[in-house]
Write a protein that binds this ligand. Structure first.
Ligand code: SAH
Length: 391
């Protein structure tokens, strides 16, 4: 097995449990490493650090798999998948759609597998998984026995690994264009083939369910609604009216169909618009709400663009706060990996200060247990959902 040696000064993050070794952190690399092969990482003193898959074409040179001197064979990958399935099987109830495998946090760096009823939606984001694709797929077939597996590796981050984007059926039946999944009290139509992400935003499930508990008797605005997951939760939770806005006409069409299916159409209205413009117009029109949900896409994909992201979050939160009736509830999410929870909450407080309103934080949540976090890699704790009242 080939060995990579870390620079003497660059070990703290890695020693602390972070699974990535960047190209700039190793002393030298022979150039003979095969993309995806397992290598051994040692520190400058020659002490064993771990085993991981190497990709000489990526800035993330090694993705560590283990800190133990163990054999990385087919059985190792199978055990890792079994461990991921066990967490879900033991602790998840009330839904037939959830993330089965969450990449680094499940010890399977670069592999995302989402379960939508009898179908799996798979995303391969790293070379270490790419070269073992057949093994991984066969193991999923053996262990999960799905009706079909569809690949959604149509994401640009693959280019950072030197991989082309790819999308299409891998095995078994191709999922229907509108697959119905169950989440708590409502059903959602999911388009695995063409929907955003792997078909749906599974990470927000606990927050959707929570909104369902809090929405009773409220007039709700759901901004950045996608297919209306929060809308269904609020409407079935007893909201008097839910207005949903998204920039994507496809998302709004899915939302309308979902409202129909759940029998809540008459209390729901749908707007295809840029939410920034819509919030501005609504504020100008002096619209008032009792609950406003903000769930925008990540405003920053890198550390450099954090100031711009902060301005974006501040603007939408300020407009939302101004439109809330006294006692109204703000449910405000950020899925930017580079924005930590403390910074995010302080942006919301800043917005409250500008509005002169009094903000109380009731809760701050993340994703569900099907999206585990690596404490040593804070960026894996990417989803923040703030709940507060405004007086
Ligand atoms: N809340 C949703 C997920 C939202 S994801 C759920 O629970 O399923 C973010 C959404 O924001 C996407 O649907 C995307 O189409 C939409 N979006 C992106 N930019 C936008 C903008 N400027 N205005 C409105 N919607 C936008």
């Amino acid at each position: 097995m080939k060995t990579l040696v870390l620079k003497p000064t660059r070990t703290q993050r890695i020693r602390g449990g972070h699974p990535w070794v960047f190209a700039g952190e190793v002393q030298k690399i022979s150039g003979e490493e095969q993309p995806g092969e397992v290598v051994q990482v040692k520190d400058a003193k020659g002490k064993f650090v771990g085993l991981g898959t190497v990709n000489p074409n990526s800035n993330i040179l090694v993705r560590l798999l283990t800190r133990m001197e163990e054999t990385i064979d087919d059985d190792f990958w199978r055990r890792r998948i079994e461990e991921a399935l066990k967490v879900r099987g033991d602790y998840l109830t009330g839904t037939d759609a959830y993330r089965l495998i969450h990449s680094e946090a499940d010890g399977l760096p670069g592999l995302v597998v989402d379960r939508y009823g009898p179908y799996l939606s798979v995303q391969i984001l790293a070379m270490g998984i790419e070269v073992r694709r057949d093994l991984i797929i066969q193991t999923l077939i053996d262990l999960v026995k799905p009706r079909g597996i569809f690949e959604r590796s149509d994401v640009s981050v693959r280019r950072l690994e030197g991989l082309e984007e790819r999308k299409g059926p891998i095995w078994g039946q191709t999922p229907p264009k509108s697959l119905i999944i169950n989440e708590g009290p409502y059903q959602i139509g999911v388009d695995i083939q063409n929907g955003q992400k792997t078909g749906f935003f599974l990470d927000q499930r606990p927050n959707r369910l929570r909104v369902g508990e809090l929405a009773k008797g409220r007039r709700v605005l759901n901004a950045f609604s996608y297919s209306g997951g929060f809308t269904m939760a609020a409407a079935l939770g007893g909201a008097t009216e839910v207005v949903s806005v998204d920039i994507s006409a496809e998302a709004i069409a899915l939302g309308e169909a979902n409202a129909q299916m759940n029998g809540v159409s008459e209390r729901c209205s749908w707007v295809t618009a840029n939410a920034f413009d819509f919030l501005r117009e609504q504020e100008k029109a002096k619209e008032l709400y009792d609950m406003i949900i903000l769930d925008p896409p990540a405003f920053t994909k890198s550390k450099d663009s954090i100031p711009g992201a902060i301005r974006g979050y501040k603007e939408i939160n300020l407009r939302a706060i101004r439109m809330l009736r006294p006692g109204g509830m703000l449910v405000s999410a950020s899925c930017s990996h580079h924005m930590d929870a403390q910074t995010f909450v302080s942006v919301i407080q800043d917005a409250a200060n500008d509005s002169g309103r009094r903000l109380r934080q009731l809760d701050l949540r993340g994703a569900g247990i099907d999206h585990p976090v690596l404490p040593a890699a804070p960026e894996t704790n990417y989803l923040k959902c703030f709940y507060g009242t405004v007086n």
